[in-house]
Design a protein around this ligand. Structure first.
Ligand code: MN3
Length: 247
């Protein structure tokens, strides 16, 4: 039973919330039901992928110790925690991309660790020793020029998104139905998720969590990003772009 004053307060609050849409916005944008795997699909146990190059191969841009810890401790932890979060659920049999596409329907542990699992595998493949960094393919370069004016302007805008991401997160180059876009996500979110501001096919991503650069660059995220360009695997980014065009 409530006092007259608290009843009035509750009525006023309820009407304010419904006027502002607060009471419904959280449910209307969120998927309520978990996606289901096809019947008979086997549960997936995630394991740490090997790097396509030695841990020290990205020096001097990224030092060996950072790579060892980032790969064998951080990435491993996301994978272990994803396995734990999906254990004994039907959704353990879903492809990771399907889980991410319905991220809002899952508990935070699945969103965070599913993102961490996918993002780091994508990140390792997005890099290569500087001698094989290469350049965007002619088709990707055309698309970058069309969307951003020039390759240099693209790099400036991408670096601005990465340095501007408050706290921990990622910056992305994404293929959307409208063309190429730059976006950033907090924590371990990514553009495959239904919660992302900009959804699309990720072509390139950079990890701007402090664990990605702190040992060598300390607080200087912009310096890390400047060096990071030297190890971008443009062959892989171009392949992703051309694959997305073929869809
Ligand atoms: Mn990381």
């Amino acid at each position: 039973m409530c006092t007259r004053l608290s009843c009035i307060t509750a009525i006023v609050l309820t009407s304010l919330l419904s006027l502002s849409g607060c009471s419904t916005s959280a449910t209307s944008t969120r998927q309520q039901t978990l996606p289901q795997p096809p019947s008979g699909a086997q549960s997936i146990t995630y394991t740490l992928p090997a790097l396509p190059y030695p841990h020290k191969a990205l020096e001097p841009a990224i030092d060996e110790r950072t790579m060892v810890i980032h790969h064998t401790k951080h990435h491993q932890a996301y994978i272990d925690n994803l396995n734990k979060a999906l254990k004994d659920t039907p959704q353990a049999a879903l492809p990771l991309e399907s889980i991410l596409a319905s991220a809002s329907a899952f508990p935070p542990a699945v969103r965070n660790n599913g993102g961490g699992t996918w993002n780091h595998t994508f990140f390792w493949m997005s890099m290569t020793p500087s001698k094989s960094s290469g350049a965007p393919s002619p088709r990707l370069l055309d698309a970058l020029n069309a969307s951003f004016g020039s390759f240099d302007t693209f790099k400036e805008k991408f670096a601005a998104a990465a340095t501007g991401r408050f706290g921990s997160g990622w910056a992305w180059l994404v293929k959307t139905p409208q063309g190429l876009a730059i976006t950033s996500t907090p924590n371990q979110d990514n553009p495959l998720m239904d919660v992302a501001d900009v959804r699309g096919v990720p072509l390139l991503g950079v990890d701007v969590w402090e664990h990605a650069y702190y040992l060598k660059y300390q607080n200087k995220r912009a310096d890390y990003l400047k060096q990071w360009w030297s190890v971008v695997n443009w062959g892989e980014v171009s392949r992703r772009y051309e694959q997305s065009e073929a869809r």
